[in-house]
Design a protein. Sequence first.
Length: 253
Amino acid sequence: MNLFDTHAHLMDSAYDEDKEEALKEAAELKLVINIGCDVPSSREALALAEQFPNFYAAVGIHPEEALKYSDEALKAIAELAKHQKNKAIGEVGLDYHWDVPKEVQKVAFEKQIALAKELKLPLIIHNREAHRDTLDILKACGAEEVGGVFHAYSGSAEMLDEVLVMNFYIGLGGVVTFKNAKKTVEVAKKVPLDRLLIETDCPYMTPVPYRGKRNHPKYVYHAAEKLAEIRETTTEEIINQTYENGRRLFKID
Ligand code: NI
């Protein structure tokens, strides 16, 4: 099975107790990208990628961690980004759910978009309750040059056009399996098949039937299964197509 979890956080302390087992099971997937949220977790994502051939990494400073942003932190991310198993800058973006000052988040976001362009790497976007500002900044910074993915896409089906035209893919995961996921189901119907990615965002966002438990890359299958049901196709087609899409976007041979 060509399962590709495009968004995992196996560095998270949620795996401390049984890390070896969790990593071993994740290594059974075809591909996994572990996503950094600050300098230390970005470094750890790369360490995991060195340990397992089918693991890759993304490095960046998450909007919730934007207070950790500094010129020095950016320099460290830029160095890590040159690692041959790093495939993207992320996750970066805006999160207005928590009270990290918007101006601080915007500076960190803009500088990391510039870094992605400089290194010709795609962006992994985290956008929570900040649709308009996220789109405006991506546009103003010319992010369409590198594109990337809106991870755990939470915008409307109408907003898709604006995202797609800037060369971004749509990452969908656990939410699509939730009972109240009306908006996400609409999105899942409308995304062009060649722009769809699947992800877990583990240890968070656990899909049904494991909702409430710790998430793991192996559960990405349940997102694929639900997407197949919504799009009236086979789970196998979703798995194979999202695998090809992910390899195309992240340039993985
Ligand atoms: Ni994440």
